[in-house]
Design a protein around this ligand. Structure first.
Ligand code: G6P
Length: 609
């Protein structure tokens, strides 16, 4: 998704902006650009395609010490040099980079066109640049900060922006509403970014803007007000991110790096959260007393994409261990169906980035109606984490590849812990709690063992990567895994993949099973094992290629290929079955020569509707 960077200080801006943009590449983009404020004028350089294209077009050197940059993921207007950011006003004196969507752009464009302003692009961002320039000219004493405030008062929609004007070559004005903007405080220099990862190599002292904030940024000072001209007091926080952890290291791709980091990610999720005295789990940030927790009669989990799927597995675990009715729903669907918010329902918002707009809006809808919502979030200090104010951090470390791997696993482990905690408040016995803790403690090593079997999965992938369609089937929590397996495969290898509950296969999709349509079946050693074997027979009879991921050696007798995973507590089966599914998608993508870290058309963090 779109990314913003900015710099004002004593050093040359261009290399700092380019370095920041490179850090944001992982979010997904189709064009990029920078604007360098020389005072005598602003140079705007922008190109469709990857950063290398932009690099080729940059001047050899630029003395500008103030600039802004952008990676764009097209929403309004196709990816092109023209539509790329920064955008300028018609005079070329004001430049802007923008994340988000201006919903009343058409109406604002009409207003400006009536005043004789023509637009060169199809973007809402150009309209915003022209609107700020218009407000600037209307002011008695021209001031960029005030012009931004006044323009934003006329805007509906979501935005994170950074704006410069030739008349103030040492100033950037930034603003936020629904799309994150972070200010990084340096020594006689300031950094701006839409994501702290882009400035963490320069400073750890940051200020997260809140919705409605407008901030004047200069090398040695900043000033924040809201849209009503009132002063806003925002305290700097120290972020705990190591810039080195964004490096590829010995790996070819971030996807593989992050798959391999899963044992450590699980260790971090578990750290300090296991209570062996009472055979339960504990969490520092829920901010709810046990009595309040006991009062909840239902649990609802909300998220998008993989976060939603991890939530569906989480809901099954809560029902299984705590016997509390629980379900997961797409945050985007939820927020628009005028949901009934009940006092005795506990809501969880799940998000790796903590910035997904639909999930954030669902949180705001719940809070507006008086409901209780906790965040399950990876990025510390992100919008959803701050909006919820309480919850559980994944501590999985930065996830760069567009598709989530380690944060999916960490989310499922968090819900296993929450299910244990809620279960032990109710009917789950201490002995069963103890068995779950024992299994959780073994999990990192088991996952390590599975990751090390990459070559075995690669060999299997050789036989499956050539197909154009695939089914993934499972029952119960394994159906959630089938959904994740299918999603991963289609995202990174572009093989059309569909997930079905194994029980539903004979009610429709069986019609499509033939020698060219393989099925990946998740077959744990559980009460439904025999039922799953019947499903495998149904597929085999129709000649469909079969790959099983399961726990029994006996499976090899029923299928063409089989990956046998270790035994664990039934509640943790999803984790051990997940790793081969991730590796399968990865290896198929490699064989098909796809860009596994940055799948086409997808963004890491979707900060628009
Ligand atoms: C995008 C990504 C998905 C991700 C989803 C939710 O669609 O491509 O991989 O699962 O957003 O992201 P979040 O940051 O809220 O977990």
């Amino acid at each position: 998704m779109c990314g913003i960077v900015g710099y004002v200080g004593t050093r040359k801006a261009m290399p700092i902006l380019m370095e920041g943009l490179a850090q944001l590449e992982y979010r997904g983009y189709d064009s990029a650009g920078v604007a360098l404020n020389r005072g005598a004028g602003i140079d705007v350089i922008k190109r469709c395609g990857r950063l290398q294209e932009l690099k080729k077009a940059l001047p050899k050197r630029s003395a500008a010490k103030c600039g802004i940059g952008h990676t764009r993921w097209a929403t309004h207007g196709e990816p092109s040099d023209l539509n790329a950011h920064p955008h300028t006003d018609p005079s070329g004196e004001l430049v802007l980079v923008h994340n988000g969507i201006v919903e009343n752009a058409r109406e604002l464009a009409g207003f400006l066109e009536a005043k004789g302003i023509d637009f060169a692009t199809e973007t809402d961002s150009e309209v915003l640049a022209a609107l700020i320039a218009h407000e600037y000219q209307e002011l008695e004493t021209p001031d960029l900060f005030e012009a931004v405030q006044s323009a934003l008062n006329r805007v509906t929609g979501a935005y994170g922006i950074a704006v410069m004007h030739t008349s103030v070559p040492d100033e950037i004005v930034i603003a936020r509403n629904g799309s994150p903007v972070v200010l990084g405080l340096g020594e006689h220099e300031m950094f701006v970014a839409s994501d702290a990862s882009a400035l963490v190599s320069h400073t750890r002292q940051v200020i997260y803007l809140d919705d409605g904030d407008v901030c004047r940024v200069r090398a040695r000072e900043y000033e924040i007000e809201n849209l009503l001209d009132q002063h806003a007091d925002r305290q700097p926080v120290t972020i705990d991110l190591e810039s080195t952890r964004y490096e590829l290291g010995e790996f070819d791709t971030f996807t593989l790096k992050e798959i391999s980091e899963q044992p450590d990610a699980i260790r971090r999720v578990l750290r300090g959260r296991l209570d062996k005295r009472f055979n339960t789990a504990h969490f520092g940030g829920l901010n709810l007393e046990p009595a309040e927790m006991l009062g909840f009669k239902r649990i609802k989990l909300l998220g998008c994409g993989s976060a939603l799927i991890a939530g569906s597995i989480g809901a099954s675990l809560i029902e299984r261990l705590a016997r509390i009715p629980a379900d997961a729903e797409s945050a985007a669907e939820f927020r628009y169906r005028n949901p009934i918010i009940e006092r005795d329902t506990l809501y969880f918002a799940i998000s790796q980035s903590g910035e997904t707009y639909d999930t954030l809006s669902a949180v705001q809808e719940i809070q507006r109606k008086g409901g209780t919502v906790l965040g399950v979030v990876n990025v510390v200090g992100s919008s959803i984490a701050r909006q919820c104010g309480a919850g559980v951090y994944l501590h999985a470390g930065p996830e760069i590849a567009v598709v989530s791997t380690k944060t999916f696993t960490s989310t499922v482990v968090v819900f296993a812990l929450l299910a244990l905690y809620l279960g032990r408040m109710r009917d789950l016995s201490p002995a069963e709690g103890g068995r779950i803790i024992e299994a959780l403690e073994k999990l990192p090593e088991q996952v390590e063992g599975l990751v090390a079997r990459k070559e075995e999965v690669a060999e299997v992938a050789e036989r499956y990567a050539r197909f154009s369609d695939a089914y993934f089937v499972g029952r119960g929590e394994s159906f959630g895994l089938a959904r994740e397996g299918a999603l991963k495969l289609k995202e990174v290898s572009y093989i059309h993949a569909e997930a079905y509950p194994a029980s539903e296969l004979k009610h429709g999709p069986l019609a499509l099973i033939d020698e060219e349509t393989p099925t990946v079946a998740i077959v744990p050693d559980d009460d439904l094992y025999a039922k799953n074997i019947s499903t495998l027979e149904e597929i085999r009879t129709r000649g469909g290629p079969l790959l099983a991921i399961g726990q029994s050696d006996e499976l090899a007798g029923f299928v063409d290929d089989c990956v046998v995973v270790p035994q664990t507590h039934p509640a943790l089966q999803p984790i051990v079955h997940l790793i081969p599914l991730q590796l399968l998608a990865y290896e198929c993508a490699k064989i098909r020569e796809c860009d596994v870290d940055k799948p086409r058309n997808l963004a890491k963090s979707v900060t628009v509707e």
